[in-house]
Design a protein around this ligand. Sequence first.
Ligand SMILES: Cc1cc2nc3c(=O)[nH]c(=O)nc-3n(C[C@H](O)[C@H](O)[C@H](O)COP(=O)(O)OP(=O)(O)OC[C@H]3O[C@@H](n4cnc5c(N)ncnc54)[C@H](O)[C@@H]3O)c2cc1C
Length: 396
Amino acid sequence: MSATPTEAFDVVIVGGAAVGSAAAYFLASDPGFRGRVLVLERDPSYRDSATARSAASIRHQFSTPGNIRLSMFGTRFLREAAERLAVDGEAPAIGFREGGYLFLASAAGLPVLQANHRTQRAEGADVALLSPAALASRFPWLATGDLAGGSLGLSGEGWLDAFALMQGLRRKAQSLGVVYRAVAASGLRREGRRVVGVELADGAFVAAGTVINAAGTGAAALARSAGIELPVRAKKRCVFHFRSPARLPGCPLVIDPSGLYFRPEGEGYICGIAPGPDEDPDSDDFEVPLAWWEDRLWPALAARVPGFEAARLLSAWAGHYDMNLLDHNLILGAHPALDGLLFANGFSGHGLQQAPAVGRALAELVVHGGFRTLDLAEFGWARVLEGRPLRELNVV
Ligand SMILES: Cc1cc2nc3c(=O)[nH]c(=O)nc-3n(C[C@H](O)[C@H](O)[C@H](O)COP(=O)(O)OP(=O)(O)OC[C@H]3O[C@@H](n4cnc5c(N)ncnc54)[C@H](O)[C@@H]3O)c2cc1C
């Protein structure tokens, strides 16, 4: 039995990183919302969160129209973040740099690149298809001999300081009255088909009108405590930071047909590569397979940019995608068997850029009971329960 008396909040958000804090910010700044919001965050250092360990990049080059719309709102938000998130005249320095993404394609990959390009243009994305000759002239440092084309984001895409964005959202939410508490949620309390609150690791219970599951890789365990099987698992992804004497003017975030990506970071670069399907188990460790640098990354980097022959590894880190096993896309909103619980999970490696739009959507679901700006119904539970994947082809 706990000695702590029961408290009650209108909304309790489990997980206070990018998505949880975006939801808190949009709720607290919604003029139609007068409720009290509590954010439960088990680790306020955010050391192991995906947000803190991400490659912190944003693109409009997806194959799913909904993902393009989510990121296009993300760009608008990032451009206005200093103004929106300022507290007492102090604005977060999120360092948004619109350096663009460049997706490269071999002959085999060209039809998909072209089909995605049509989808992206129809959504208003500022992207251009480039021939190998145009690629060589625009990026003389790039090896183009094996390429059939590329797709370049001309504006709106780039990278930022993810930690600064998250802290900016958190600080602004707090300034608007949101309460953050450093404690783990141990489970959800359910009465019939309603989630009525959250059990805390310190033995206390918090009653909630609505609970939002923004627990990243902790989301499946939280859902299971309410009897719901969320098809989201933690999958390790590693980022390698390197230096090179090569000068790459105008270097965007480059996605190579081999699965390699790289982009500028400070004075150097970061890069990574997706593991093969047979070497991607569920994971909760943070060990980096350092041999990948020598065996996979360096050769692939030097093949695409000959100047990277002299690259030198500086450091590396691991983090975890909250991978949606069905279709690599977000699961957003209520489960049809439960009231009082909203999900925002399964971002599968593109959740940082989606956090502003998803935070806004969650606030709309709480305040209005439905979407008001972007209709995100296609990301709901229906497709999961019916086994009808909304498959995203451009997973990095
Ligand atoms: C290596 C890597 C590279 C990435 N690159 C990009 C990129 O370039 N662009 C992009 O858009 N996305 C990228 N992502 C994905 C992106 O980082 C995530 O999708 C996004 O940060 C998810 O945010 P979140 O708030 O949902 O989850 P998280 O950041 O994981 O936060 C979840 C929070 O919930 C807390 N929590 C969990 N369980 C509990 C509990 N029971 N009680 C209390 N608190 C709890 C955790 O402590 C954590 O702080 C990358 C991810 C990784 C790992």
